[in-house]
Design a binder for this molecule. Structure first.
Ligand code: MG
Length: 200
C-alpha cells in the first residue's frame, strides 16, 4: 500500500526519500532572474513572475536571452554563483548522517556541473550523496524505483503527477511556478522538510 502523508499520518522515512536539485536544493531560478535583471538589463523581472515551469508561457522575455541564460545555468558557465536554497545543505547533511548517502535525481542532461556544485555547498560533515542525471523528466520514475525510494521532493508539478501515477509519493517544494491545484503534500522550506522526516 502506498504510504499516506497526512497531518496525522506517517512521516517520511528518511531512508526512502530522494530529491530533485534545481528549484529544491539549488536556487536556480533566483539566479536566472538575477542574471536577466543585471546582465540583460531587465530590472522589471521578478522571481514571482515565474508562474509556470515553461518560461516561454509566463515570461515576456526575448527567447534569445532566455535560452542564453538557461544554457549558462545548465553548463555552469554563469559568472554569478549558484546559491543553495536556504537550509538545504544543513538538512541534507543531517539526513545523510542518519540514513546514509542521499539520492538526487535531476532531469539535467548530465551531472557535470551540478554534482561538484552540490559537494561544494554541503557541510564537510555529510555522509555521502549520489546524483543521477536522467536528461528526461519522465525517466525519474525508473531511477527512483531502482533505488527503492518511496518519496520524492520535486518542484515541477507535472513530474509530481507522473511519479504519483507510478507509485512514488511526491512532496511538492513550493515555488511560484507550482501554484496550480494539486492533491499532494507540499513544503515551503527545508525546515518543514526536516520536520516531515522527523530528523533528530
Ligand atoms: Mg526542479
Amino acid at each position: 500500500m502506498k504510504p499516506l502523508l497526512t497531518e496525522a499520518g506517517p512521516r517520511i522515512d528518511p531512508a526512502t526519500v530522494a530529491f530533485d536539485i534545481d528549484g529544491v536544493v539549488a536556487d536556480t531560478m533566483r539566479l536566472f532572474v538575477d542574471i536577466v535583471r543585471e546582465e540583460f538589463r531587465h530590472s522589471e523581472l521578478r522571481y514571482e513572475d515565474i508562474t509556470c515551469y515553461r518560461l516561454e508561457d509566463c515570461l515576456d522575455l526575448d527567447p534569445e536571452i532566455r535560452n542564453t541564460v538557461i544554457a549558462q545555468l545548465i553548463e555552469g558557465s554563469h559568472r554569478r554563483p549558484l546559491e543553495p536554497i536556504p537550509g538545504a545543505p544543513e538538512v541534507i547533511a543531517r539526513l545523510s548522517r542518519l540514513a546514509g548517502p542521499v539520492l538526487f535525481v535531476t532531469a539535467r542532461p548530465d551531472a557535470g556541473f551540478i554534482e561538484p556544485w552540490l559537494h561544494s555547498v554541503l557541510p564537510a560533515s555529510h555522509n555521502g550523496v549520489r546524483v543521477v542525471a536522467t536528461g528526461d523528466f519522465d525517466a525519474k520514475l525508473e531511477v527512483l524505483r531502482h533505488h527503492e525510494k518511496v518519496f520524492f521532493v520535486e518542484d515541477r508539478l507535472e513530474t509530481c503527477f507522473t511519479l504519483n501515477e507510478g507509485g512514488i509519493t511526491p512532496v511538492v517544494f513550493r515555488q511560484p511556478w507550482n501554484r496550480q491545484p494539486h492533491p499532494f503534500v507540499e513544503v515551503g522550506d527545508w525546515a518543514e522538510l526536516a520536520d516531515l522526516m522527523a530528523l533528530p
